[in-house]
Design a protein around this ligand. Structure first.
Ligand SMILES: NC(=O)c1ccc[n+]([C@@H]2O[C@H](COP(=O)([O-])OP(=O)(O)OC[C@H]3O[C@@H](n4cnc5c(N)ncnc54)[C@H](OP(=O)(O)O)[C@@H]3O)[C@@H](O)[C@H]2O)c1
Ligand SMILES: [Mg+2]
Length: 495
């Protein structure tokens, strides 16, 4: 995969991640005056859908493009339940910035498709038909490409097909953009991909779009690599795996004499509080290095007991995603959910305990439990190593396995529990988390905890591989590209 690209409008920057070269573009408000040039020939951008991403991207684009003459118009299905919410945010039929989705697509020069992935797949013919020749289809996910590949079909050959994929959820995309008004560089990083460029303008459109939604750093990828790593990552450590890990850990701590509150603190709080913060600020190895000798041993044992079982499930997920099965499964599930809507995931005593724990939380006193750290980090490392083996770039690996977890998602779980994190993500992600979390819970309970409670022979090279992994160096470089502020959740408006 070539990670180089060319733009006459924005400055590209070469970075070295371990021994590989990648090119990025840094965003920021000082580049907004270049947006008119980047979007040359564009009079209207349609944002189709009003959910996590639609709401955030439509507002950010409108704010960034103010004064350029480029209109941002929201498109929704007939009788959409979201019409009144969009109108409350100033996208109204009266002022011409809200309309029926197929009409908006047919009027727009760029149509950013932010309806659910399954709805994109289901309505692709009508969407493609509505697009004018020479116009641009914008995606925030490669799911639709995966679906087309499953069917042996392609995008229409008379449109551009591009993607800008924010590596964080919609509310963060909006909130950090707003914070960026005071602190230049605050925002959510995005990857971008150019699948089809028939006008020669696709790269500048994509970079302009990413800058306009506030991304501080923009990485290049392909649409195929994006959907594989994204669908895989959210089923892995970002959502599915972390859910399975904490459920199984909670029970394990209880079976070893902890009270409910202690078990919750040692499992969930430990990860979403100090482990997340330390990885975000100092990297993965810092967690291990923060332990004394005894806890280092405990961490090592937990790491080695968890790595292979976690890798086994992760490999299965990757295979399911790469073969197209996971995409078929998400579409099939969306049909079933018309009769059986997605169920709750935070009703059990564990998550009820979490409410009390959070109410009485003293943030500075949350311990890092070495068993929890060992299992969580082993799963993260297994995901990193698998993505590397599958040929993903380091920027994508770091974002899909570490940065999105510690800077975007885990803080949501810390703030209000598992459902607040998972159910603020896309439907594709919510489905995947529900499908795979029990598999991680099961394999850890069956294998990892059995091993932990007995003696087993350490795979020393595997632990050495953790200590010397290139990802530590990669993360140090990537963390310089992170937004300069923390996500302040208490201010986030989840509507
Ligand atoms: N959520 C994230 O943080 C995130 C992050 C990165 C990328 N993405 C990608 O961004 C895109 C949008 O995701 P999302 O999470 O914002 O949305 P979502 O929650 O997955 O989907 C909800 C939106 O889809 C619309 N919709 C559902 N069925 C429809 C149908 N049959 N016809 C027309 N519209 C329909 C809904 O319309 P109504 O409003 O009328 O109900 C609503 O606006 C997806 O490609 C996703 O993979 C999401
Ligand atoms: Mg994602």
């Amino acid at each position: 995969m070539s990670l180089d690209f060319s733009t006459k409008i924005f400055k590209t920057e070469k970075i070295f991640l371990a021994n590989t070269e990648e090119y990025i573009v840094r965003g920021g408000r000082h580049l907004f005056p270049l947006l008119s040039k980047a979007f040359e020939g564009v009079r209207q951008i349609g944002v189709i859908g009003w959910s996590s991403q639609g709401r955030a991207q439509a507002q950010n684009l409108r704010d960034s493009l103010a004064g350029t003459g480029i209109q941002v118009k929201v498109g929704l299905r007939e009788n959409s339940a979201s019409i009144s919410s969009a109108e409350n945010f100033g996208f109204t039929r009266d002022n011409g910035t809200l309309g029926e989705m197929y009409e908006v697509i047919s009027e727009s020069d760029i149509s950013i498709l932010l309806i659910s992935d399954a709805a994109q797949a289901e309505n692709k013919e009508r969407i493609f038909e509505a697009m004018r020749p020479g116009s641009t289809l914008g995606l925030s996910h490669g799911f639709l490409l995966g679906h087309l590949k499953n069917l042996g079909e392609c995008f229409p050959n008379n449109i551009n097909a591009i993607a800008v994929c924010p590596k964080g959820m919609g509310p963060s995309v909006r909130r950090l953009y707003e914070q960026g008004k005071e602190i230049n560089g605050a925002g959510i990083n995005s990857s971008f991909a150019i699948y089809q460029d028939i006008t020669g303008k696709a790269t500048d459109y994509a970079l302009g779009w990413a800058i306009a939604i506030g991304s501080p750093a923009i990485f290049h990828t392909t649409l195929e690599s994006e959907y594989k790593s994204d669908i895989f990552g959210e089923r892995g450590i970002l959502l599915g795996a972390i859910h399975g890990i904490v459920e199984s850990l909670y029970r394990w701590f209880m079976s070893h004499g902890s009270s409910r509150e202690e078990a919750y603190i040692y499992s969930v709080e430990s990860i979403t509080g100090p482990i997340t913060k330390m990885i975000s600020q100092q990297g993965i190895l810092a967690v291990y290095e923060s332990f004394d000798k005894t806890d280092k041993e405990t961490f090592k044992k937990a790491y080695l007991a968890a790595y292979d079982p976690a890798l086994e499930i992760l490999q299965e997920i990757y295979d399911e995603v790469a073969s197209g099965n996971e995409i078929r499964s998400a579409i099939a599930a969306s049909h079933r959910h018309k009769s059986y809507p997605l169920g709750k995931i935070d009703g059990t005593p564990m998550w009820q305990t979490g409410i009390h724990v959070r109410a009485n939380r003293k943030s500075d006193n949350i311990p890092i439990h070495p068993v929890t750290a060992g299992i969580y980090i082993a799963t993260m490392m297994a995901q990193i190593n698998l993505l590397k083996e599958k040929g993903h770039s380091y920027s994508e690996i770091a974002n899909e396995s570490i940065i999105e977890a510690v800077d975007s998602l885990n803080p949501y779980m810390h703030h209000r529990g598992i459902a607040f994190m998972v159910d603020n993500c896309s439907i594709t992600a919510r489905l995947g988390a529900r499908k795979w979390a029990p598999r991680f819970d099961y394999i850890l309970s069956q294998q990892t905890f059995n091993a932990l409670d007995s003696h087993f022979i350490y795979d020393e090279p595997l632990f050495q591989q953790f200590l010397t992994n290139e990802i530590h160096q990669v993360l140090a470089i990537c963390s310089q590209l992170r937004p300069p502020i923390d996500i302040s959740l208490h201010q986030i408006d989840i509507g």
